[in-house]
Design a protein around this ligand. Sequence first.
Ligand code: SF4
Length: 312
Amino acid sequence: MQIPKSDWHLMPEQAQVMVDKILQIEVFRELAKREINLTGGEPSQNPHIVEIFKIFRKLTPNVRIHTNLDISSATSPRWQRLVEIMKLSGRVDFTLYPTVWESRQKALLKEILELQDELIVNMIFEKVPDLLSQIGILIAFFEERDKKYESVLSLLGAYRTKLESLLRENPECDEGAFLKHMEGSENYICTDNFTFGLNMIPGFYVDEKGERAMNAQPFPRDINFLECTIPRGTIEIVTVQQTGEITPCCDVGNLKCKPKFGNLLNDSPGEIMSQIEVSREKIVSGALKNHQNINSGKAGEWVEEGIPPYCV
Ligand code: SF4
């Protein structure tokens, strides 16, 4: 049977094929039970996103939608789709963009808080003062809300105090100083009535080869340094593109591993399993070589396995 396709977005029928396949592959089935994140592009632009959300909900109650919340009004179809998903108990997370915060995001975030009791805020920043100003935006926002958010305010306040003292004592602080200073700072809180998390994402770094990397971890030890779980025997995250290509790891900012896990739309479960094994062996070997390169002063050299040079 021909599955309907679109040039620019995932179709519900494709989502259903993916779900059926995931259910047949134990490692993916178990992973999907924990959480599924529908990202993008911008998922709210997909006219079928509500239906797609419902299809993925067959795998887990924890289906999250990541939006840029750069939506012009509450009458926008994009916003209506997000509302429908929240009414179905999906969680909407967003990335704070200071340039559209006042004009677009702020009013809609108030609406989001009426519809859900959880929120993860992504914050992309290049320097510590950027991060501080974004924390300030959130504090001003939650100060206008009711007592329910006291714990959120205390988390944000503690974070701001630490950032301010760091900038006072060491305005040009490097990464080492940042890490030492911020050690132990909370970025997640769960109370009886609200769950809140901050996901701090250092801005893009483009190396001399033009490769773009973005680490979804606050200030990794090296700009690209990432401890891969696969050589340690666990697959903790996979990204499935709408073409069906499965990438080990998170695809944010193209931080992806060249060895692939096959295609969820086109390959059989058996083919995917054997691809996983081949890729796992490549990653283990590449991570070992990256370690050797880092220890011998050749950090950043690409290995023939095609895994990013700081994945170890
Ligand atoms: S080697 Fe790097 S990019 Fe590949 S799966 Fe591991 S952490 Fe992700």
